[in-house]
Design a protein around this ligand. Structure first.
Ligand code: UDP
Ligand code: MG
Length: 152
């Protein structure tokens, strides 16, 4: 099992798409193990996107992510990191495939609705950043587990 961080970005919250986005992850079979809504401080967002700090879009990205509330989620499942990235679609929503979150719901490169961790290392860093408290992530067993995942 893997855990990954998903953010519903400010455009998703403003457009009332959080429920639809969460539904896609739930229906796929990913387990929600943590969730919060916050307007996150600039310093945290700069740390979150620190890999991009030399890129020209970094200031506008951090500004956008701090411009309104964000819903942060921790999702768990087999290969959760890659599964979430697949459901999100390509970064530029105009190029994202139909059927993906960005492909179905967005038209922007920057305001592309969702973030998902891109590796095990990023997931560990990002989950610790957005869910620092020891009790913020919950271990539980969905009654559908055996039906959602085949054995092996
Ligand atoms: N972004 C942007 N312009 C670019 C590249 C990225 O505004 O040219 C924004 C976009 O919101 C993207 C985020 O920066 O989601 C992080 O970029 P990354 O390449 O990590 O894309 P992601 O992992 O989100 O698909
Ligand atoms: Mg990324």
């Amino acid at each position: 099992m893997e855990r990954t961080l998903v953010l519903c970005k400010p455009d998703a919250v403003q457009r009332g798409l959080v429920g639809q986005i969460l539904t896609r992850f739930e229906q796929k079979g990913l387990k929600l193990v943590g969730m919060k809504l916050r307007q996150f401080p600039k310093e945290l967002l700069e740390q979150h996107y620190s890999d991009h700090k030399e890129r020209p879009f970094f200031p506008s990205l951090v500004g956008f992510m701090g411009s309104g509330p964000v819903v942060a989620m921790a999702l768990e499942g087999i290969d959760a990191i890659a599964v979430v990235r697949g459901l999100m679609g390509k970064t530029n929503a105009r190029e994202a495939a139909p059927g993906t979150i960005r492909g179905d719901l967005g038209m922007s490169f920057s305001n592309n609705l969702v973030h998902g961790s891109d590796s095990a290392e990023s997931a560990a860093k990002e989950l610790a950043l957005f869910f620092p408290g020891a009790d913020e992530l919950v271990d539980w067993t969905p009654c559908t587990l055996e039906w959602s995942y085949s054995v092996g």
